[in-house]
Design a protein around this ligand. Structure first.
Ligand code: SF4
Length: 304
């Protein structure tokens, strides 16, 4: 069994335990305000998937609050400021600079992690990220979810696949570490479609991937289709089997940042199994070990 896990990479890069402090930069999303769409991605919550982020206007204050939550177990740890809610590069460069530097200039922050959309990375923002990246590592997270246009339309993602390709190329040119989000079990997707997305991400030139199952939240648009029976969720066993299939199709060098989601329990409608992250992770690890799942083992490499 071999899985390239983020915990190992953090140990290599930072030489100690690392905690991510989820903060809310106060941004919105162009897929909600009408710029490229309204209503947002159908699976996204009213808080832009940032339920665990600290709240407040001041970034430093939020970092202090978030640190207090992990203070006991994090005595000799390092911290990553995680701009998680909504699209965290969706603002003019001047505003982004102030917010990001409030985090990056702190001595207790070892790196920034910034979640955003591929179509929210104009040239001046890329240059800003590149400048910060020279001082401290910057991890950019891109919410791709699927490579299939029909699914992208069904979930109202609001950008085409070439926006992802362009963003990855631009980030790669600037040596910025990029992590792609993928959802397993999106409406209408077959097993083969899921594996095609995993392969595509693996070949796209990013350094990391985050995987989780589709889950239905009480304030997400997709709940209507779920209640009407138009959308189904995976069982835990189905999810784990598909997850293992994806891992086998990812290159060994790609770092896996997440093997399952962490939905907010108070809002979770389905699947209920996904609420117990510890149990899910134990089941995943058991399956991967029992079946000797090896990252990259189903990647075909054609050589002349
Ligand atoms: S998932 Fe991201 S891109 Fe989609 S609506 Fe939510 S914040 Fe916007």
């Amino acid at each position: 069994m071999y899985i390239n896990r983020i915990s190992d990479e953090y140990k290599r890069v930072f030489s100690c335990k690392v905690y991510k402090l989820a903060i809310d930069g106060g941004f919105s999303c162009p897929n909600r305000d009408g710029t490229c769409g309204v209503g947002g991605c159908t699976f996204c919550s009213s808080q832009g998937s940032g339920e665990f982020a600290a709240r407040g206007t001041d970034i430093s204050e939020q970092i202090e609050k978030a640190k207090m939550l992990v203070a006991q177990k994090a005595k000799s740890a390092k911290f990553i400021a995680y701009f998680q809610s909504f699209s965290n590069t969706y603002a003019p460069k001047e505003i982004l600079k102030v917010k990001f530097e409030q985090a990056s200039k702190r001595s207790d922050i070892a790196a920034l992690c910034i979640a955003t959309r591929p179509d929210c990375l104009p040239e001046d923002t890329l240059e800003l990220l590149s400048d910060i990246n020279r001082d401290k590592p910057v991890y950019i997270e891109l919410g791709l979810q699927t490579i299939h246009e029909a699914t992208a339309r069904a979930i109202n993602r609001g950008y085409p696949i070439d926006a992802y390709d362009r963003a990855v190329d631009e980030l790669k040119k600037r040596n910025i570490y990029t992590v792609t989000h993928m959802i397993i079990g999106l409406p209408g997707e077959t097993e083969e479609m899921i594996y095609e997305t995993a392969r595509y991400i693996g070949e796209s030139g990013v350094q990391g991937i985050k995987l989780h199952s589709l889950y239905i939240l009480s304030d997400a648009a997709i709940k209507e289709d779920y209640y009407e029976g138009k959308v189904k969720v995976l069982s835990m066993d189905e999810y784990i089997r598909l997850l293992a299939g994806c891992i086998e199709r990812l290159p060994e060098s790609l770092v896996i940042h997440r093997l399952t989601g962490d939905p907010p329990k108070a809002k979770l409608i389905a699947p209920r199994w996904s609420a117990d992250k510890k149990r899910v992770l134990n089941s995943i690890n058991r399956y991967l070990s029992d079946n000797d799942v090896t990252q990259g083992s189903r990647l075909q490499i054609f050589q002349i």
